[in-house]
Structures are given as structure tokens and as C-alpha cells.
Design a binder for this molecule. Structure first.
Ligand SMILES: CC(C)(COP(=O)(O)OP(=O)(O)OC[C@H]1O[C@@H](n2cnc3c(N)ncnc32)[C@H](O)[C@@H]1OP(=O)(O)O)[C@@H](O)C(=O)NCCC(=O)NCCS
Length: 163
């Protein structure tokens, strides 16, 4: 494996950065994996926090993940994790998940306001070949496989500690 490129993870805060996030998703999910373009951008995009992993100093975008909070049930959702093919196996996927978890913890602690809830639930819908990736972070399968956008997925749930 070649040397791990220098990089940073930022929360996309400008329209240009959000568009860079969408472009990575379309490259990976639509062009590489064949998911429909029509459902790639969805109702969560306007309310989600988008994390962008980019190389430094060039600021070339190479990875993305999205976090959102379900207002009714109080749990968080991890979705649209993607690293461009040429940049896999550099632990960029791991770093993106860890950045998302830190954001969830900070947000949940703030909402908790000293009530001491101890942990918070994070849910993802895993493609079947990457269940083992999520399992490395402690995500556990819940329920049966189901179809999402024409492909089988597995709901996986993590109890993320707040301490
Ligand atoms: C899934 C994905 C984001 C992983 O990114 P990555 O940067 O290649 O992964 P990392 O290098 O951070 O891997 C972290 C760990 O997970 C492991 N891992 C990576 N892909 C895995 C897989 N498909 N199944 C099981 N383990 C996997 C790595 O070996 C590594 O293990 P280690 O920390 O014990 O050494 C990337 O393969 C990708 O973008 N795939 C296409 C899009 C996709 O399927 N997204 C998920 C949608 S649910």
C-alpha cells in the first residue's frame, strides 16, 4: 500500500463544500455501485451535517459521511459513507465514522444538559458487504435484511457512550 496521504476532515459549511460531498456520493453510489441517481439526494440532505475528508494542501475531496438526528425518537443516523475507490484502505472510512461519532457525542451531551443519559443510539443501514466494517465500531445487526434503493441492507445499531 502506498503512503497514507495528508488530509483533514471538515464539516461542509459552504455550498461549494456541500456540492463536493454530493459529487463523491454520486461517483461512488451511482457511477461505481449503480444506485439510482434519483434517490441519491434525499429528504435528509437539507437537515444533515455533512463531513468532508479532503487531501491537504490540495483540498481534493476524497471521502464523505452524513449525520442527522431523528427529532421524534432522539436517535442519530449515520448515512452516505463513501471514500473514492483510489483512496480506500487508508483508514479514511474509519476516521470519518470517528468524526461523526464525536459530533454525535457533542450534540447529545448538549441536548442532555446534565441529565446523565449515559449513551446515545446511532443507526445505520449497512450494505451487506460492509457489515463487518460497521461491526468493528460495535454496531450490531437488528432485524432482517430489507430492500433500500433496490439493494439489500441491514439495520445496524450502536449504543455510543457519552462519558
Ligand atoms: C466502506 C468504505 C467507506 C470503507 O472505507 P476505507 O477507507 O476503505 O476503510 P478503512 O481503511 O477506514 O477501514 C477501517 C477498517 O475496516 C476494515 N474494512 C474496510 N472495508 C471493509 C469491509 N467491506 N468489510 C469489513 N471490514 C472492512 C478495514 O480492513 C479496517 O480494519 P482495521 O481497522 O481492523 O485494520 C469504502 O470501502 C467505500 O467507500 N465503499 C463504497 C461505498 C460503501 O459501500 N459505503 C457504505 C455504504 S453502507
Amino acid at each position: 500500500m502506498s503512503e497514507r496521504p495528508a488530509h483533514e476532515i471538515v464539516i461542509a459549511s459552504t455550498e461549494a463544500e456541500i456540492q463536493q460531498c454530493y459529487k463523491i456520493r454520486i461517483d461512488v453510489f451511482t457511477h461505481e455501485q449503480g444506485f439510482p441517481i434519483e434517490t441519491e439526494l434525499d429528504h435528509l440532505d437539507p437537515i444533515a451535517t455533512h463531513f468532508l475528508l479532503r487531501l491537504t494542501p490540495s483540498l481534493t475531496p476524497v471521502g464523505v459521511i452524513r449525520g442527522s438526528k431523528s427529532s421524534e425518537s432522539g436517535y442519530y443516523k449515520l448515512s452516505r459513507l463513501a471514500v473514492l475507490k483510489d483512496y480506500r484502505q487508508f483508514k479514511f472510512g474509519r476516521e470519518l465514522v470517528e468524526a461523526l461519532h464525536k459530533w454525535v457525542q457533542a450534540d447529545a451531551r448538549e441536548a442532555d444538559a446534565g441529565q446523565g443519559i449515559g449513551s446515545v443510539k446511532v443507526v445505520c443501514h449497512s450494505q451487506i458487504p460492509v457489515k463487518g466494517f460497521y461491526a468493528k465500531f460495535g454496531y450490531i445487526s437488528e432485524g432482517d435484511e430489507f430492500d433500500e434503493d433496490g439493494d439489500p441492507h441491514q439495520k445496524m445499531v450502536l449504543k455510543l457512550p457519552l462519558e
